[in-house]
Ligand binder design. Structure first.
Ligand code: HEM
Length: 506
């Protein structure tokens, strides 16, 4: 689908807003140092325009390996990398408002995380434009020709405002636009919609930040949203309808307000249904307009229906495609996938399961999420039945972390036929040595050779969850209320503290 925006501003992007003379990036004014005379921002800009080679490589970009980068780690020979680009910051040392000692902390390495932690909104690309050495490559054997991204050299950048809860940055390539939103802490939920204008709403830390852009030219739908849970960065990737360089992004408006957590029910169309087990279905839904939601870990959506004269609302956890990629058509990035178990007495589950493709369901805006994610190296997931749904996202996120040492899923079900995605879980356990899965059935068939029983202290001990090493364990629990309560009690009995486990309310 291709949507034409209604034209808009053609202003050349503002390259940089000078840092304010008071206040500081971290809110701690003492962190800023007094710069020597002749080292103001204007002096730096002048130096950049003077023709002096600030990059030290004659302005000819080159690929830089990690070990080459590491060799430039001295005050008088200082390179650092941010978001895949290497800069020579030797000459910037005396101009850095945070001082040379602070800047030295990022030298000789990939300083992206550090930079984001301190001041993700600083317009480093503009400030260090003339210091650009080249791209960071991760393999030392990479001796290919330098990659010069011509489109990148024509990048526009704008909107750097440090008093906002979310700041935005953007860059373009011939066929794409990348919007980057930097949030400060918390786990953001993003909704992107495209109509006459592009609207990106980000809810984070109790605030709602809305960016409206009348795009300079048309883009295709759907877009893609990527969230980095560690840094809080949200990327919105748009594909241009026609390749080319835009002179500007278009007219923008940014608004912050307190997040009222409106549920905003809207009709969504069922586009696909897939049977997962004998009584559980995956229902894929799409908005009728161009709307794409991100579903942060721990978020849920409500489904509303009028059933026999009564308004019924039920919460479901969206299922991410980590384990069912085979089911997803590539153009369905803007879908919502719900796992629905049909209960004989569950009016809502019967209502949803009775629906067929092309029919509608009334669905609310995603709400809630974890406020932060644990950095423990051992994760234990205790899931019962469809309480497995939030675990899919935990699995995807957890295994994406380099620091993770182990992840053990203990999956409780009644019988063999109730186990959701057993094949996929077994495959994952075979392909990633950090991941193990144990199935525990309360009423298995005679053929079952795995574990049987229910959640108990003995079982937790048997699974080594109660041993001394548990200090770096973090436990996620999700199941029916009675299961969750029992898990909480047992974890308490084996001395897990409140900050060592999280219970998803089913
Ligand atoms: C990666 C290592 C870096 C560290 C540890 C670091 C640290 C700091 C600190 C502590 C401050 C002052 C305190 C504050 O405003 O809260 C600061 C300010 C600043 N830094 Fe950095 N910095 C780093 C890299 C950079 C780079 C690469 C640039 C870009 C060219 C840069 C540009 C700035 C600017 C413009 C300010 C003033 C920001 C403001 O007033 O809000 N820094 N930095």
């Amino acid at each position: 689908m291709s949507i034409k925006s209604s034209g808009g501003g053609l202003s050349i992007p503002k390259m940089m807003e000078p840092p304010q003379s008071s206040g500081s990036a971290t809110g701690n004014p003492r962190n800023k140092v007094a710069l020597k005379p002749g080292h103001s921002l204007m002096d730096w800009v002048r130096l950049g325009n003077s023709g002096v080679d600030l990059s030290g490589v004659g302005g000819v970009p080159q690929n830089v390996t990690i070990s080459q980068l590491a060799a430039h780690n001295k005050r008088n020979d200082a390179w650092l990398a941010i978001r895949g680009k290497v800069y020579n910051v030797t000459k910037y040392m005396d101009f850095h408002p945070g001082g040379d000692d602070e800047l030295m902390r990022g030298v000789g390495k990939d300083a992206t995380e550090l930079f984001n932690q301190v001041h993700a909104w600083v317009n480093y690309e503009s400030l260090l434009h003339k210091c650009y050495v080249g791209r960071l490559v991760y393999s030392d054997s990479n001796s290919g020709p330098p990659i010069i991204n011509k489109a990148n050299n024509l990048i526009g950048k704008l909107f750097i405002k440090k008093d906002k809860c979310v700041t935005m940055d953007w860059y373009q390539q011939m066929s794409s636009i990348n919007l980057q939103f930097f949030t400060r802490g918390g786990i953001p939920q993003t909704r992107v919609s495209l109509d006459k204008e592009l609207t990106v709403s980000i809810r984070v830390g109790g605030m709602s930040h809305v960016t409206r852009i009348v795009l300079e030219d048309s883009v295709s739908w759907p877009c893609k949203v990527r969230t980095n849970y560690d840094s809080g960065k949200v990327e919105v990737l748009l594909n241009k309808s026609q390749p080319g360089i835009w002179r500007s992004l278009g007219q923008q408006q940014h608004n912050d307000s307190t997040d009222k957590q409106d549920t905003m029910f809207q009709p969504m169309e069922i586009v696909y249904i897939s049977q997962v087990t004998h009584n559980t279905k995956l229902v894929f839904l799409r908005h009728k307009k161009c709307v794409l939601d991100s579903f942060p870990i721990g978020s849920s959506v409500q489904v509303q229906a009028n059933l026999e004269g009564e308004e019924v609302v039920r919460s479901y956890t969206p299922v991410v495609p980590a384990l069912h990629t085979d089911l997803i058509a590539s153009e369905w990035r803007d879908y919502l996938c719900l796992m629905v178990k049909e209960y004989a007495k569950g009016a809502m589950s019967r209502h949803i399961c009775s629906k067929t493709v092309k029919e509608n369901l009334t669905v609310g805006h995603p709400v809630g999420s974890l406020s932060s994610l644990p950095c423990n190296t051992h994760l234990i997931l205790l899931a019962a039945g469809t309480g497995f749904t939030p675990m899919v996202q935990i699995i995807q996120w957890g295994l994406g972390r380099k620091k993770l040492v182990s992840m053990s899923l203990v999956f409780f079900n009644v019988s063999e036929r109730d186990i959701i995605w057993k094949d996929q879980l077994d495959r994952l356990a075979n392909s990633d040595s950090r991941f193990t899965v144990t199935y525990v059935l309360s009423a298995p068939s005679d053929e079952w050779s795995g574990k049987s029983g229910r959640l108990s202290l003995d079982l937790l001990r048997e699974l080594q969850l109660a041993n001394e090493k548990k200090l770096d364990n973090f436990v996620f629990v999700c199941g029916p209320l009675a299961f969750n309560q029992l898990a909480q009690k047992l974890l308490g009995e084996i001395n897990y503290t409140d900050d060592q486990f999280y219970i998803f309310q089913g």
